[in-house]
Design a protein around this ligand. Structure first.
Ligand SMILES: [Zn+2]
Length: 53
């Protein structure tokens, strides 16, 4: 089962076209993975833990 997203109204549909807008629905973009942010968060946690010791 593949859900597609309407770029206009942002609604999800399983059809090729959005039933509301009648325009072509597209595959929703996968959630962006940002390693920089992840490591930044990790570093902040490390700093916090280091302060507790
Ligand atoms: Zn739509």
């Amino acid at each position: 089962m593949k859900m597609k997203k309407c770029p206009d109204c942002g609604g999800y549909t399983m059809k090729e076209k959005c039933p509301k807008c009648g325009i072509k629905a597209v595959n929703p973009a996968p959630p962006r993975f940002s390693p920089a942010d992840h490591y930044g968060k990790y570093r902040r946690i490390m700093k916090k833990e280091a302060g507790l010791i």
